[in-house]
Write a protein that binds this ligand. Structure first.
Ligand code: CMC
Length: 431
């Protein structure tokens, strides 16, 4: 942690307390309240962590006001344009861009871990066919701790490394198999001659009766979607992974917890909810009705794919995603896709509306991603699993950083208790 030179004084009644202030390399200063309870006997109150830094980290930085996202210092738009997912994985995990030799070795390692233990197929088969693929992913990833005992000892750096590689490598196989199972088709095994994104597309769309020729432009678009979702600092699912891990739980259990958290519609589930919303709107003339509903305080409806806790400007991922949507739909010959037309017009009308301007609500990463994924042939239920497989490297990088941090201790928030004070038990006949 950065050296403390500044401090703040907190006065409670007649007593004053000096609180150190840490200066980050970028972003707002951070008031250190770790000793506050011990010194002053008070807690701080911050539901939703709107003003709380839960850890220090060197992985990802977001400037929400400027719409900037950096991974290890590199802007996301440069990574999306010039890099590719496995290189970004290396960057997130190890902090530097790899040399050609390091990248080759890393890609080989990941490729050699893509198969699942054969017995895991039985685990998939235990689910109902109509199970949501996210439900299957939570279960199967959690079950990895029962299959890969040689990578669950978190005190062993080598085991942590193998667990990281296994999770990144096997997640596409797990997501693809969750999809195959849901549509009643045989599982397709990974192939080592394909790159990460092409392999995933093939495992989703090939069948034993007919192979699937991977279109390089679609594979590039898939890879870009993975890259854009790779990490996003201390969001809800990442914080869930860190909290689960703070107890010493094994990595597979922690990542399963992250997947469960991601599923919610306020987080990763927004991509599914957004496409469903765009389809429900259906045509451009119905947009004003939905904008009015989003603004109505008595209506729980929100514009999905809009707004963000941190971004108060354009989400830079949404900008790249919008370009990608245009490219993919043009390639597939569906430029006049009615859902894309509704999305673009909805974005335009919302951005011109004072409600969205005042609250600084802009399209987020989920606004356009569903349109691309649907055009590629994915059902809406696969959108969040694809987010989960992409985010696995972020969860893993943050998990590794946390375990290696000597300040790591079990996460244990306190509370503002507003319940009954102590009272005597009343026997049932007297209630
Ligand atoms: N539509 C209409 N109003 C909105 C929206 C929206 N999408 N988002 C926020 N608001 C309003 C909200 O009603 C509130 O108004 P007021 O101050 O009058 O009460 C104000 O804006 C602030 O909203 P908030 O809920 O206090 O903000 P938050 O930081 O807690 O929530 C959010 C952030 C992403 C959960 C929220 O914007 C939202 O629900 N968006 C839709 C879901 C979505 O697209 N989620 C994906 C996020 S990006 C990918 C990811 O993280 O997984």
């Amino acid at each position: 942690m950065a050296d403390t030179q500044k401090s703040a004084t907190l006065t409670i009644g007649d007593d004053s307390y000096d609180l150190p202030i840490h200066s980050p390399t970028a972003g707002p200063d951070v008031l250190d309240i770790r000793k506050l309870y011990g010194q002053a006997g008070v807690f701080t109150y911050d539901p939703g962590f709107t003003s709380t830094a839960s850890c220090d980290s060197t992985i990802t930085y977001i400037d929400g006001g400027q719409g900037v996202l950096l991974h290890r210092g590199y802007p996301i738009d440069q990574l999306a344009e010039k890099s590719h997912y496995l290189e970004v994985c290396y960057l997130l995990l190890y902090g530097v861009l790899p040399t050609a030799a390091q990248l080759e070795e890393f890609e080989t390692t990941i490729t050699l871990h893509t198969m699942l233990h054969e017995q895991m197929q039985n685990f998939f088969r235990g689910f109902r066919r109509d199970a949501h693929p996210m439900a299957i992913m939570v279960g199967v990833v959690g079950a990895m701790s029962a299959f890969y005992h040689d990578s669950t000892d978190i005190s062993d750096e080598h085991q942590r490394e193998i667990a990281s590689h296994r999770l990144i490598a096997k997640m596409p196989t797990i997501a693809a198999w969750a999809y195959k199972y849901s549509i009643g088709q045989p599982f397709v095994y990974p192939r080592n001659d394909l790159d990460y994104a092409s392999n995933f597309l093939r495992m989703c769309f090939a069948v034993p009766a007919e192979d699937y020729e991977v279109n390089p432009i679609l594979s590039r678009a898939m890879d870009r979607i993975f890259t854009l979702h790779a990490d996003h600092e201390q969001n809800a699912s990442t914080s869930t992974v860190r909290l689960a891990s703070s107890s010493g739980a094994n990595p597979f259990a922690c990542i399963a917890a992250g997947i469960a958290c991601l599923w919610g519609p306020a987080h990763g589930g927004a991509n599914q909810a957004c496409l469903e919303m765009l389809k429900e709107i259906g045509s451009v003339d119905r947009i004003p009705e939905f904008i009015a509903r989003a603004k109505d305080k008595d209506d729980p409806f929100r514009l999905m794919g809009f707004g963000h806790r941190v971004y108060k400007n354009f989400d830079p991922r949404a900008t790249v995603m919008k370009q990608s949507a245009d490219e993919v739909l043009e390639l597939l010959g569906v430029e006049n896709n009615p859902v894309l037309q509704v999305a673009k017009e909805l974005e335009k009308q919302a951005l011109e509306d004072p409600y969205f301007a005042e609250k600084k609500l802009f399209p987020n990463v989920d606004f356009y991603s569903g349109i691309i994924l649907e055009a590629m042939g994915f059902p809406t239920s696969m959108f969040t699993p694809i987010f989960a497989l992409s985010r696995t490297v972020g969860w893993i990088s943050q998990w590794k950083e946390m375990i290696a941090d000597p300040q790591n201790k079990i996460g244990r928030p306190r509370q503002l208790y507003l319940g009954e004070t102590s009272r005597d038990y009343v026997d049932i006949e007297h209630r």
